[in-house]
Design a binder for this molecule. Structure first.
Ligand SMILES: Nc1ncnc2c1ncn2[C@@H]1O[C@H](COP(=O)(O)OP(=O)(O)OP(=O)(O)O)[C@@H](O)[C@H]1O
Ligand SMILES: [Mg+2]
Length: 334
């Protein structure tokens, strides 16, 4: 989607930040070409918000440098602020004010003038499907409406570079998909985006490139497809009703599998890597029925952030004490 010839809109080099004993960022490098979307993917505590806070001038790095839309973070922080929009992890909207009042206030803070601020607020309420709710206090808004309003707030001054910190965390699936649509539209208008997320699927949906971080360091990067390929891509998982038919089911899967099939005899379960999603699943189900092989469970499993972590680091992401919880499960799934 993006032009590789364009100058990078965000370049960060060697960012480090400690909070007491905690190393939040441990030498992070990032490059985001103009007009593209970088997904910064990582579990709780990985350093995502710290990175966003530094790049948006809210926090000073201990070490490292960055340029945002051509402005140097250290020597031109004011310029950086004028060229960016930020939608933080927790929606920063005033509960007592209406949606419209929130946007007008932001316009005034950016010195847009009263008429222009009102005009901009109306445009953004319309664009984010908040026109009807625009004159209600924000405290009556749903979580999804708040996130949309917060995102609208980040766009008031039409900045060329946007930072969205976990824009959809806490939203229900429908609101999440709605917000993805809004974000896609922003990108199609030429904005450069750095978004953080805990969901591989979200990065997959929105990002041109993904950097996976853990303990403040990049542990992998590439496109969503490249990352998924590293963890083995999609798989069909099926459980046969009768253990005697395991071999028959294995034969059916073998015709579609793109790699080795894993068999768990006690669970009567088979797992096969595939390429082609639902189409392949449909074919497999038809053949199973044709051969009268009864199935008690079947599904497609797509790699999640947990799978990426397991494969890349050999431990699951959520464990508070990584070393104590280290397992060899990565070998099993590889
Ligand atoms: N102001 C602070 N004081 C002390 N420790 C902090 C502070 N901010 C962040 N940390 C620590 O730095 C590490 C990285 O935190 P950060 O908020 O950047 O993670 P995150 O990837 O945004 O996590 P989440 O997904 O939970 O939002 C964590 O261990 C966190 O506890
Ligand atoms: Mg965070």
């Amino acid at each position: 989607m993006h032009q590789t010839t364009a100058a990078p809109a965000i370049v960060a080099t060697g960012l480090r930040k400690r909070f007491g004993d905690v190393v939040a960022l441990d030498g992070l490098d990032l490059t985001v070409p103009e007009g593209s979307v970088l997904g910064l993917l990582g579990p709780n505590g990985a350093g995502k918000t710290t990175a966003v806070s530094i790049l948006t001038t809210l926090l000073e790095p201990d070490e490292g440098s960055a340029t945002i839309a051509g402005a140097d973070l250290r020597t031109q922080p004011g310029e950086v602020r004028r060229r960016i929009g930020l939608s933080g992890q927790f929606a920063a909207v005033d509960e007592v004010l209406t949606g419209r009042e929130n946007l007008v206030m932001i316009g005034r803070l950016y010195r847009l003038g009263r008429t222009r601020s009102k005009q901009r607020a109306a445009e953004l309420l319309e664009r984010f499907d908040l026109s009807d709710a625009g004159d209600r206090p924000v405290k009556t808004y749903s979580g999804g409406m708040r996130r949309r309003l917060d995102l609208a707030g980040a766009l008031v001054a039409e900045p060329p570079v946007l930072f969205l910190d976990e824009p959809t965390t806490g939203l229900d699936p429908r609101s999440r998909i709605e917000l993805w649509g809004v974000i896609r539209e922003l990108v199609s208008r030429g904005a450069t985006l750095l978004l953080t997320t805990q969901y591989l699927e979200e990065a997959d949906q929105l990002a041109d490139d993904i950097v996976v971080i853990d303990h403040g360091r990049a542990i992998a990067s590439g496109t969503a497809d490249q990352l998924k390929a590293q963890v083995g891509g999609e798989r069909i998982e099926l459980v046969v009703a009768d253990a005697a038919r395991l071999d028959d089911a294995h034969q059916v899967l073998a015709a579609h599998a793109t790699g080795d099939i894993e068999v768990q005899v006690p669970a009567r379960a088979l797992q096969a890597p595939i390429d082609g999603g639902v189409d392949v699943l449909t074919d497999v189900l038809q053949e199973l029925r044709h051969r009268q092989i009864e199935i008690s469970d079947v599904g497609i499993r797509r790699p999640t952030l947990d799978d990426v972590f397991l494969t890349l680091t050999g431990h699951v992401a959520e464990e508070p004490d990584d070393d104590a919880q280290r397992t060899d499960r990565a070998e099993v799934t590889a």
